[in-house]
Ligand binder design. Structure first.
Ligand code: CRA
Length: 797
């Protein structure tokens, strides 16, 4: 596409789709016009991919996920379609600011954190590889809440990404599926009829996901809940307007909000309803498509692979069995076999509080037929394995992890360590009964968004050195290794980082009115706020460092900017105190004339995908400091390493594999191992001992306790202090001393800029394995048994 053609396309959509005259068009109008122009190009590719999937009778992958944290889509689409030059030139002629247009797009924040973002990276990778696939989820009207700070406290506001028209989706009223809840069951022989007492409709909205070079496109289908019957005209005519709108309001609640927590089980009826709503709609859509092509349901596992992303869609097991037995007359045991061979399950966490369990009473009320089938599935499994030792129903609860395991032919963890821990802890018994079922698929990230698009300076430098094959074969980055010994290359590498840091410093100055020194180490911790992720360990080290600088302000300290980003779940009190403490610490440190040249703390509100795209390319140090054994994988850790930030981290999740790849000498390791953590916990008074042994730690805790960061309310953080001193389940105190040591090593290393640049460049060169393309190929081979389809030729751009 030439710039002139692009310009015509934009103007055409401006006038005929948006009904705007160029003279009066606002940023929004231009953004929509550009989006539609790009979308037109995508649609041709997308249709072609769909045609090929049908024609070649390829196996399809269905990715069922409660979350898809896709963020902004315009730039992704432009880059993957290779339309960037055309777009920039066309807009320049139209005198419209390209960057401003990109920034105008709201983030589609349909996820909490890693799990949702992983699903988004997977969608992009499946399209790049040409794996015929479809993502299924919920079209939340309000995504993850928007975070604001008020006197340092987190305030949540509704996110309204849909308040403007969403350029990327196609409404599919013809794909409307009725979903039932409640009611009663009537058994007739081996089958049953379920008569739900409540019905609503799931309506599909399709977003095309285009792969790199536009060679393949898959669909993300998100379900919106709608009422079965519109509004009640009789009530309306009687003047009872609220009652007339009631059915609609009730139905809409189902796809209204995303639960803002990914680490605690939500024992809420609405949550279970959401889970069933999107799972059932997706399965019925899958079966409908399958039956339009094949007439033997025993072929289902050959033609469809259904992935359950965590246990949120775990009801897929019983629902698929129900659809096969009750609606298609297949024998129960055969149905279980078909379902199991089609389904697989990814576990994303071992945190006991996050493993979903549903009360039998609630399940029986909402999904009476499913509860019957769960009992039968459980009995059948116990009969098959010849033991009653493991069970999916226990103590009046349905355990969704066990149910998923039993109903899946493959179960996977998301990093090597996590997978081993699954085998030895939560799924120990099931693993012994089914030793081949658990496999590992270490997470990955898409290099298109997380390097090519977010870090153009580094991308250009890499392409100049080794060509652009790295974009879809990230392990090509190893070819950078010989260049690392070249002084000119290293200088350019450091210069690119430095310019990214300048940009970030300018942005922070403008948005937060805090001046930061681009020469300082940019030390970044961005992720959900959680005790196990230990933002408070980082804060304690910050405070201890500050106190030490104050003791001796003239001793050439290595300047540092500590950047935090992340949201606390609204009901998670401890996490919210951490948020407030971070802001209070920032306030005191940033205004301390003795130390602020050396140490600043910045906490931009509302951390999201777009902010990550700004922060990661400008980072020097990546904080991955969770208690070993708690972070299943992490994916932020991979994005940082790829963009040349050195990790300071524990042997947790994928940190272990990152360290192996980038080599131990280019990684700041500290802390206890997962085994040592379990041993340490057995020692009574472990935190007291650690505090007594480290005067720096004692002093930092005392500063918080004495109210140095909350002089107007000295007791504000006594909860945090009490937790650290007397409980400290996550072993912050026990790991502090070693963390401090690693931080000072980082200072020393940073003071030698050439060596630092070498280490950083080595991280980039060795991060190729962490591409989600590699992860997806792993799933295709080990879990889905699916092959890539022949892709379309490159989009010419
Ligand atoms: N919270 C894990 O904690 C992992 C992602 C994606 C998480 C992360 O370590 O990188 O999943 N777990 O695999 C989760 O959501 C329900 O469990 C996460 O994002």
């Amino acid at each position: 596409m030439t710039p002139a053609q692009m310009k015509d396309a934009i103007l055409h959509h401006l006038v005929y789709t948006l009904g705007k005259d160029a003279a009066h068009a606002q940023t929004y109008d231009w953004r929509m016009a550009l989006s539609f122009a790009v979308r037109d190009k995508i649609v041709d590719r997308w249709f072609e991919a769909t045609r090929r999937t049908y024609a070649g009778q390829h196996k399809r992958v269905y990715y069922l996920s409660m979350e898809f944290l896709i963020g902004r889509l315009l730039k992704d689409a432009i880059i993957n379609m290779r339309l960037e030059e055309a777009a920039i030139d066309a807009l320049q002629e139209l005198k419209v600011d390209y960057q401003a247009i990109l920034e105008d797009e709201p983030d589609a924040a349909l996820g909490n954190g890693g799990l949702g973002r992983l699903a988004a990276c997977f969608m992009e990778s499946m399209s790049t590889i040409g794996c015929p696939a479809m993502g299924y989820g919920i079209r939340y009207e309000n995504g993850l809440f928007r975070q604001r700070f008020e006197n340092g406290r987190q305030v949540e506001e509704p996110e309204d990404w849909l308040s403007q028209r969403h350029a990327w989706e196609f409404e599919r009223p013809e794909v409307s599926i009725d979903i039932g809840f409640g009611g009663h069951v009537q058994e007739i022989g081996k089958r049953a009829n379920w008569y739900p007492s409540e019905m609503l409709i799931a309506m599909g909205h399709d977003t095309p996901i285009i792969g790199w070079r536009g060679r393949w496109g898959n669909t993300l289908r998100l379900w919106e809940a709608r009422p079965m019957h519109g509004f009640d005209l009789q009530r309306f005519n009687r003047g009872d307007y609220a009652a007339a709108a009631e059915p609609e309001a009730l139905a809409r609640t189902l796809s209204r909000v995303l639960y803002p927590d990914d680490t605690t089980e939500q024992g809420k009826e609405l949550r279970l309803k959401q889970e069933f709503f999107f799972t059932s709609a997706s399965l019925r859509d899958i079966l409908r498509r399958f039956e339009s092509e094949y007439d033997d349901l025993r072929l289902l596992p050959k033609k469809a692979a259904i992935q359950m992303n965590d246990t949120h869609p775990a009801i897929a097991g019983p629902e698929l069995v129900r659809l096969l037995v009750d609606e298609r007359g297949i024998d129960f045991e055969e149905a279980v076999g078909i379902a199991r061979n089609t389904l697989s399950y990814t576990n994303h966490t071992l945190l006991p509080e996050a493993l979903e369990r549903w009360d039998e009473g609630l399940m029986g009320r909402l999904l009476p037929r499913h509860l019957q089938l769960i009992f039968r599935i459980n009995e059948l499994h116990m009969k098959d394995v010849g033991t009653r030792k493991v069970t999916a129903v226990d103590d009046g609860h349905v355990k969704m992890g066990e149910l998923s395991f039993i109903m899946a032919h493959r179960v996977n963890g998301v990093s090597a360590l996590h997978t081993e821990l699954m085998k030895s802890t939560v799924f120990k018994d099931l693993h012994e009964l089914h030793p081949n079922r658990i496999v590992n698929e270490t997470n990955g990230v898409t290099p298109r968004r997380w390097l090519l698009s977010c870090n153009p300076r580094l991308s250009t430098l890499i392409t100049d050195a080794i060509g652009d094959d790295w974009v879809d074969d990230l392990e090509q980055l190893e070819k950078l290794e010989p260049h690392i010994d070249d002084a000119a290359f290293l200088e350019s590498y450091a210069a690119a980082k430095r310019q990214n840091k300048n940009d970030l410093a300018n942005w922070i100055a403008e948005k937060l009115e805090v001046g930061i020194d681009p020469e300082a180490i940019f030390d970044v911790q961005i992720k959900r706020i959680h005790e196990y992720k230990r933002q408070h360990l980082n804060l304690l080290e910050t405070i201890a460092h500050w106190l030490e600088i104050r003791d001796n302000p003239n001793q050439g300290w290595v300047p540092r900017v500590k950047i935090f980003g992340g949201k606390a779940a609204p009901g998670y009190v401890f996490a919210k105190e951490i948020v407030r403490l971070t802001n209070d610490v920032a306030k005191v440190l940033n205004s301390d004339p003795l130390t602020s040249r050396y140490l600043k703390v910045v906490y931009p509100p509302n951390y999201n995908v777009s902010l990550a795209e700004k922060l990661i390319p400008a980072s020097d140090l990546s904080e991955q400091i969770s208690t070993a054994g708690k972070e299943a994988s992490g994916t932020g850790n991979m994005k940082f390493a790829l963009n040349g930030a050195l990790t300071i981290g524990t042997l947790d999740g994928a940190n272990v594999e990152i360290r192996e790849h980038v080599k131990p000498e280019n990684f700041f390791l500290f802390g206890m191992t997962a085994d040592e953590v379990m041993e340490r916990r057995k020692i009574g008074g472990h935190s007291g001992q650690a505090i007594a042994a480290d005067p720096r730690l004692a002093r930092a805790i005392e500063a918080i306790r004495a109210g140095r960061f909350s002089p107007d309310e000295p007791g504000r953080y006594h909860g945090i202090v009490d937790n650290l001193v007397h409980h400290d389940y996550f072993l912050v105190c026990s790991d502090f001393t070693d963390y401090w040591r690693a931080q000072r090593e980082a200072d020393t290393a940073f003071a030698a800029p050439k060596d630092w640049a070498r280490m950083a460049a080595f991280n980039t060169a060795r991060s190729g394995w962490f591409s989600s393309d590699r992860t997806i190929r792993g799933y295709m081979a080990d879990v889905w048994h699916a092959e890539a389809a022949p892709t379309v030729e490159d989009a010419a751009g």
